[in-house]
Design a protein around this ligand. Structure first.
Ligand SMILES: Nc1ncnc2c1ncn2[C@@H]1O[C@H](COP(=O)(O)OP(=O)(O)OP(=O)(O)O)[C@@H](O)[C@H]1O
Length: 586
């Protein structure tokens, strides 16, 4: 066994067996079901041998009794086999469910950084394909192997009682089969790893093609995408065929070995019957046992190649369950029902990777109940400031304080409750308008929702739809305009009733009405909220209480619009370039 699985693999298998633990009663029931079935299958050939012997001796009365026994035995075998299959499938489905539950909980808990580095397809492929493989191996393979071992032991005892030379022929074929499957198992492990990686790319490509379908059509790259998909699908097909060929060759070779041993059994049995050392009754029983025995031996040896496949999947599942080695998002235990909303960045430096500093020794304060705008050239680090404030990433140095407390020390719920964010391209769930808006605050009422929707002028539109607030929004709001999506996202943020509200202004220009609405909304809530706006159009934030000018991750200016326009070179340049753009457009 050492050559098939190493220490690490045994660790994986042990961990995997833990998933059977909650179902121990079902496992034990299945086990007894199989053992009982096994005993009957061992008795059956003896009855069959008797039936044939009675046929030849023409003892019809005894024959009918034996036939009755045979019927009852087979009936029980059928019933027990049914329960066995049912228990296997229910065990398998339960384990798949448990694995998916644990994996999804881990995916949700993964730090945002993990999603920057991993493809969506990798998650889907692990969640779908690998769980099914593992569950299949755990139930069908492991339990069946245990049973096969038991069958081999019992039948070996019985067949050695019938004839030692015949039994030796059967048993001698075992090492040959074992070698065949050990060799093929190693090859299959390597191919399975490659197949798993291909599956990741396949799911990822599929997901990107479907979610990016509008881009694909408008860019006129349908053919490129179809070719990419087909290339991957062909690689997948070939890899699967390749694995199946290895399995089939191994299976055929072992079947041939088994045939050779059966042939030898026939030859030796003929000789023994001729010599009067074996009677026909036992010969018939022996043939049946020997096929059961070789079948079981084959299954046992084959487990090695199946385990190799499962090990690949197990490794991928447990890597995910171990969070791919990413450090868990760290939160403290301070809980606050109410916050004032004062924000302070103290000497914050941060880079997404090791090499580039995106934010460099940044320090600023944002007063409570104020509107602060963050402006700067594209790629300067504005969104990163939001990401850090939301604690999606941890700063390399410095501290971010809310009401004087480092955000690291708040518990996750407190931090999420008191900060709401409206993203540049808000994500809407495939659920109703009402569900999308109320999802973040279960305590908000429908009246609250309607009041806010009226305020941000989306109520009339929603009411014009056939199912009103119960109308389902298509995946990521594909049936809504940019402005409508923005309004729903704003309503969702407002309903959360957070003290701090962050707006990442949409870069794509929204319709004038939406822009005006956002502006009015911000000014109406700013007296009792801390509002921070990332502005891509300076015209929308000239009335802000405070403007922070960010350039290449550094704070290069802070003050009111007038003050900055007169004293800050970067801001002045930004403002002038916007005026030039507007002049060009008009
Ligand atoms: N998840 C990420 N992983 C690696 N680098 C990132 C990531 N997000 C942003 N960056 C890089 O960090 C820098 C700052 O990006 P950020 O999105 O904060 O800029 P921004 O000022 O908001 O830009 P824009 O105005 O265009 O939205 C950019 O160089 C960007 O390429």
């Amino acid at each position: 066994m050492k050559s098939i699985v190493d220490k690490k693999d045994i660790g994986l298998l042990k961990r995997c067996l833990m998933y059977l633990f909650p179902y121990k009663l079902r496992v034990i029931t299945t086990f007894f079901c199989i053992v009982f079935c096994l005993i009957l299958q061992i008795i059956e050939p003896l009855i069959l041998g008797k039936v044939i012997a009675l046929l030849f001796s023409k003892e019809f009365e005894k024959l009918s009794v034996m036939l009755m026994y045979l019927f009852v035995t087979e009936l029980f075998v059928t019933i027990l086999s049914f329960f066995q299959s049912y228990l296997f499938s229910s065990l398998s489905e339960n384990i798949i469910y448990d694995l998916k539950r644990d994996m999804f909980q881990k995916i949700i808990e993964l730090p945002v950084k993990a999603f920057d580095q991993m493809k969506v397809g990798e998650f889907i492929s692990r969640l779908q394909g690998d769980t099914a493989t593992v569950a299949g191996i755990l139930t069908n393979q492991l339990i069946n192997t245990a049973i096969d071992i038991l069958r081999v032991v019992i039948i070996s005892i019985v067949v050695f009682q019938i004839s030692i030379p015949l039994s030796l022929v059967i048993v001698l074929s075992f090492p040959v089969t074992f070698l065949i499957f050990t060799f093929s198992g190693k090859k299959i492990r390597k191919r399975s790893e490659e197949l798993a990686k291909l599956n990741d790319s396949y799911f990822s490509n599929l997901q990107q093609s479907i979610t990016g379908i509008r881009e694909i059509k408008s860019l006129g790259i349908k053919k490129i995408k179809i070719n990419q998909f087909l290339d991957l699908a062909i690689l997948l097909k070939e890899k699967n065929i390749n694995i199946n060929i290895i399995s089939t060759v191994a299976r055929s070779l072992s079947q041939f070995t088994s045939f050779l041993s059966q042939l030898s059994v026939m030859a030796i049995a003929g000789f023994l019957i001729y010599k009067g050392q074996l009677n026909i009754e036992y010969f018939i029983a022996f043939t049946s046992y020997s096929s059961q025995l070789t079948g079981s031996l084959m299954n046992i040896t084959q487990i090695s190649s199946n385990i190799q496949k499962a090990l690949t999947s197990l490794e991928r599942i447990f890597n995910l369950l171990d969070e791919f080695g990413y450090k868990r998002e760290k939160f403290g235990d301070i809980e606050k029902q109410y916050i004032e909303g004062e924000i302070k960045f103290c000497n914050i430096s941060f880079g997404y990777g090791d090499d580039l500093r995106v934010v460099d020794d940044l320090s600023f304060s944002i007063a409570k109940n104020n509107t602060t705008a963050i402006v700067g050239s594209s790629g300067g680090g504005k969104t990163t400031i939001f990401n850090l404030l939301l604690h999606f990433y941890e700063a390399d140095t410095g501290a971010i304080l809310i009401d004087g407390t480092d955000i690291k020390h708040f518990n996750e719920e407190t931090l999420r409750r008191h900060i709401s964010v409206v993203h540049q391209t808000p994500y809407l769930f495939n659920a109703t308008f009402a569900e999308n808006m109320l999802i973040a605050n279960q305590e908000a009422t429908e009246e609250d929702m309607i009041t806010i929707c009226k305020k941000i002028k989306i109520h009339d539109y929603i009411m014009s739809l056939p199912h009103g607030y119960k109308t389902v929004i298509e995946e990521n709001g594909s049936n809504l305009s940019g402005g409508q999506k923005q309004r729903i996202a704003i309503a969702r943020a407002m309903l959360k009733k957070s003290k701090i509200i962050l707006f990442d202004e949409a870069t794509s220009s929204l319709d004038n009405e939406t822009q005006q609405m956002v502006k009015e909304l911000i000014s109406s809530i700013s007296h009792d909220h801390t509002v921070v706006v990332i502005a891509h159009r300076l015209s929308s934030i000239i009335d802000s209480d405070e403007i922070l000018v960010i350039d290449a991750g550094k704070l290069v200016g802070q003050g009111s619009h007038r003050n900055l326009l007169n004293n800050n070179f970067t801001y002045k340049k930004l403002y002038e370039s916007e005026l030039e753009c507007r002049a060009l457009i008009s």
